[in-house]
Write a new protein. Sequence first.
Length: 127
Amino acid sequence: MFELDLKSRKSISLQIIDRIKELIVSGVICEGSKIPSVREMAAELTVNPNTVQKAYRILEQQGYIYTSPGRGTFVSDRKDTAASPAEIAEAEKYLKESINKLYLLGISKKEAKEMIEAAISERGNWK
């Protein structure tokens, strides 16, 4: 399904969360699609099942997935899922930090805008 970056400072559970969110938001995994069980995902990624369980629990709390006992775990309807104000504030904080870093590196405002536009274009599949 995807790979993890074992050298990343980001925890494995957060990498799983981010990657599954990305697959859902981009439409690679559609609403109602079944996703691998905790054990299947743990085996595929060669990580502890508790790590996957933690990621799934958080994704379920955030409304990205739901579990149907005896049937499995499925992708929720995206219309019901919105970013929390805390998530938006955190993303804005990182954006401001990145812009400040460009400023401190001596990058012009025009160059910074071009870099941001290029990053948005590379993102693809963005509404």
